[in-house]
Design a protein around this ligand. Sequence first.
Ligand code: AMP
Length: 217
Amino acid sequence: MVFLLIGPPGAGKGTQGRILSEKMHLPYLSSGDFLRELVVKNVPISRQVKLYMDKGELIPDSLMKELFLPEIKKLIVTQGGVVLDGYPRTLEQAKELESLLLSLSLSNRNIYVIELTLQKNELCKRLKERVFCPSCMRVFQNHDNFCSFCSTRLAKRSDDTMQVIEGRLRKYELKTRSLHEYFSNRGLLLTIPGEGSIQDIASIIEQAIKEKKLDIN
Ligand code: AMP
């Protein structure tokens, strides 16, 4: 089974993706975490990737195809599925992913696209306030100093500044919002409002998945 989490930055994709991955016993894979880890590794491509990320620009589709698509394939082949956060983010990526899933014989009944929605002012507030764990990559809304999962000192993401946040939200409108229609036309989209407690949203997602399953059967 493959779960795709889409929606603007700050909507809670990472938090809900991790919860879903535990519930479904599937690996969690975030394109943003993958790219941040790549930057830290300091391999030849790291500098180029960092330049895009620091500006809040999307990494070009061709590069994402080369760097990230094989990671998705590996997890599906070895672990039977994946909970994917932050990919696809463009129509081109959606098409690339669709052909990968087809080549792996995954039909639409095994694909769930969960779109989290939230008002722009709430997104900005969350992004400005959030801190993350550079070790396990979890995000937190409060200002604790240490990660409650692995005790690493928390840090601010370099792209969670007001100027970059505005740019990322604009990019979302420009490049990513059209995925709503793309997946909706395929009957794959579950749109979930991102307001409320983490647990409440997780339950709503779980319920929506069950209902879609019943719809299909
Ligand atoms: P995120 O952690 O999902 O907010 O992603 C952080 C940054 O990584 C984005 O602002 C982009 O620069 C880059 N990024 C993450 N996912 C993608 C993607 N699917 N396509 C292109 N760039 C991406």
